[in-house]
Design a protein around this ligand. Sequence first.
Ligand SMILES: NC(=O)c1ccc[n+]([C@@H]2O[C@H](COP(=O)([O-])OP(=O)(O)OC[C@H]3O[C@@H](n4cnc5c(N)ncnc54)[C@H](OP(=O)(O)O)[C@@H]3O)[C@@H](O)[C@H]2O)c1
Length: 206
Amino acid sequence: MTIGIIGSGNVGRALGQLFSHVGEQVIISHRHGVASLAPVIAEMRSTVEAGTVADAAKQDIVVLAVPFNALPELPTSVDPKTIIIDATNYYPSRDGDQPALAAHQVTSSELVAKHFGTKKVVKAFNTIAMTKIRSLAKPSQPAGRIAIPIAGDDNAAKQTVTTLIKRIGFDVVDLGSLSDSYPAQADGPLFLFAGDADQVRAQVQH
Ligand SMILES: NC(=O)c1ccc[n+]([C@@H]2O[C@H](COP(=O)([O-])OP(=O)(O)OC[C@H]3O[C@@H](n4cnc5c(N)ncnc54)[C@H](OP(=O)(O)O)[C@@H]3O)[C@@H](O)[C@H]2O)c1
């Protein structure tokens, strides 16, 4: 299984490091040339390579680590087997007014799935601060793990993402389908909430 990461900022770098620490093959990308990723690659283990956005989008799992407003600029053609992890958040102040999102008529991850024309989108990692994620990961300690909320419309894709999240040292709480992912959005009760699985489930009710 290979992982492509689109975006090499806080999220792209933190997840690239966590994935490479458990031996995953990763291609990380951003808008600029591949050579400009040299300082990013230098922080990572040897299983991480620099690539173009098109290279990253061809991998088995593609992590979106870009501002939500970059969505229209991303490729739309991915292999039907590709799983997309949506780590983005929609912030009106950064990403512009989108009345349907503000009115909770649709979740931001449903718009991501619509853009890529696939059901294999799993929302994950968007609630956790990247300044903390590396210190919260417990890859060799199954007890007392922080839980990452996920949501998605394809159960097999969610299972694959669950396995990956557990490998890097977190538990998982499945919120349901993408249309159930409001609690994990930037205006929801799980945003920046760090707790174990029971605490995350309780927080959803807040
Ligand atoms: N920071 C956090 O703790 C955190 C936690 C969870 C989720 N998130 C969410 O995750 C996303 C990324 O956050 P971040 O903090 O990593 O942002 P960031 O540090 O600003 O990095 C964004 C990255 O996206 C790239 N990018 C922008 N537009 C692109 C495009 N059209 N094609 C390819 N790459 C593009 C940027 O590349 P350039 O350098 O070329 O512009 C940059 O590498 C956001 O939606 C954010 O809300 C953030």
